[in-house]
Write a protein that binds this ligand. Structure first.
Ligand code: PHE
Length: 453
């Protein structure tokens, strides 16, 4: 019958290796790299943080990304079923990702909407404002009850549009255009920033590690950043990898994606810090760094609106290639489990996340006083998403692979039955079995405030 024929249709797949690399790197590169990384670096002491971040990325990040890729490609179905195929209980790792995806998508889309607004505003003269008015301007915009919802809607619609088109005609096609654009814009902006007067001060502050600043807290911050930035722990990468064929070299791909992700974060720092120092601003300004400090810098620069426009377009593109990976995760499950059409599944998840996002947006304004567990709605979502759900998902996936799946099967899958060799393949399993769980438990305890460092 029709149902059966539909079931037997081959799943959509990434058409090329490069297409998959762009899609996965697109998922990784986003607010995490361009908005979060610079301000976390700014508040954690500069160069020392950068060094620790790179160590965590290489040791933990690459391994966990490889865990998700491996589970996805071996399962060849939505994340929940991919986990279930390894151990029955492990479907709960997938369900955790499924629910977190709604939370992530809602607030990710709200903040991404801000970047769309800032792109348009830069074009039409955000730079008419004096530098010291940027804070008020930002505050007035995000607390408005209506305006941010419009941009949240535009951004969500774009995300849904791409996902309705599917894997090869949607995700692969669009990330293949957007990622190279992003790299070009990045390089132009780095060039502009590094040639500003006194740029060197910023570069020095940013890239000279002052080892006396490496505290346990810096390690924790760096690890959390690696999780968020690489999109691991929510099974988004499991989902993407489920659309891969057997030939793909997963160890190489996870290394390339991690390197691209770190490169974009490092370049974002090279845009922001030279500019911030050149204009005598504060690198440790926190989350407002990109929306308040940077526009203030642009406002004082020749051709500032042009560079401001380029920067926020860059950020919006990076957001879009990430948000589609968040949306695809639950959509793939709804399609395969409930036989929804791709269109209906995408619209359904997009609509629910949009409504949740309204609450997130209100929490910057009219619902500013609403708190749960002592946190506003945005903070609650961000805290649950980044500090609880991602580490928990990553921990569970590492335990599943290290302690249940077992070395023989896991390594056979990672190495395409022994045809791929090399140091990543060799150290991967012991790192996943021992190092990753221990380190995540440490982050976790400290985030819950149980471990005071
Ligand atoms: N990695 C994305 C970023 O850096 C965020 C993200 C997290 C995407 C989890 C998917 C899953 O912005």
């Amino acid at each position: 019958t029709a149902e059966r024929i539909k079931d037997q249709n081959p799943r959509d797949q990434f058409k090329s290796q490069l297409g998959f690399i762009f899609a996965a790197a697109g998922s990784a590169v986003g607010l995490g790299n361009i908005w979060r990384f610079p301000y976390i670096t700014g508040t954690n002491g500069g160069g020392a943080f950068v060094l620790v971040y790179l160590i965590c990325m290489l040791l933990i990040g690459v391994s966990l990304l490889l865990v998700e890729f491996t589970i996805g490609r071996s399962g060849k179905s939505n994340a929940i079923d991919s986990y279930r195929k390894i151990r029955k209980w492990a479907k709960w790792i997938g369900f955790l990702g499924f629910f977190s995806a709604f939370i992530f998508l809602s607030y990710y889309s709200v903040v991404s909407g801000w970047t769309v607004f800032y792109s348009i505003q830069s074009f039409f003269g955000l730079n008419g404002l004096a530098p010291d008015q940027m804070g008020n301007f930002f505050g007035a915009f995000i607390s408005d009850p209506v305006k941010p919802l419009l941009y949240h809607g535009v951004f969500m619609a774009l995300t849904v549009f791409i996902i309705i088109k599917g894997i090869s005609q949607g995700i692969e096609k669009y990330t293949k255009i957007m990622m190279p654009m992003l790299f070009v814009l990045l390089i132009v902006l780095v060039g502009r920033s590094m040639t500003l007067p006194n740029a060197w001060e910023g570069i020095k502050w940013y890239l000279t590690p002052d080892l006396s600043k490496v505290t346990a807290g810096v390690w924790i911050a760096a690890l959390g950043q690696v999780f968020f930035s690489l999109s691991v722990g929510m099974s988004g990468m499991v989902t993407y990898a489920s659309y891969l064929n057997e030939k793909e070299n997963l160890p190489k791909t996870s290394l390339i994606v991690s390197l691209m992700d770190s490169a974009v974060a490092l370049l974002a720092g090279l845009i922001i810090f030279p500019a911030v120092f050149s204009f005598g601003m504060e690198p440790g300004a926190g989350p407002g760094l990109v929306f308040i400090t940077l526009p203030a810098v642009f406002a004082q620069m020749p051709l500032g609106s042009l560079f401001s426009f380029m920067f926020f377009v860059l950020l919006a593109i990076a957001c879009l290639t990430s948000s589609i990976s968040i949306l695809e995760m639950p959509v793939s499950y709804l399609i395969e489990k409930f036989k929804l059409s791709r269109m209906n599944a995408s619209l359904l998840v997009g609509a629910i996340a949009y409504v949740l996002g309204i609450a997130v947006s209100f929490s910057f304004g009219i619902w500013g006083d609403v708190t749960f567990f002592g946190k506003g709605i945005f903070d609650l979502f961000d805290y649950f998403g980044s500090n609880i759900s991602l580490p928990l998902g990553g921990l569970a996936a590492a335990i599943l692979v290290g302690w249940f799946w077992g070395e023989k099967e896991a390594v056979a899958e990672v190495s395409n039955n022994g045809t791929i060799q090399g140091s990543i393949v060799k150290i991967w399993f012991p790192v996943v079995k021992y190092v990753v769980p221990i380190v995540i438990v440490l982050i976790f305890l400290s985030n819950l405030g149980i471990l005071k460092i």
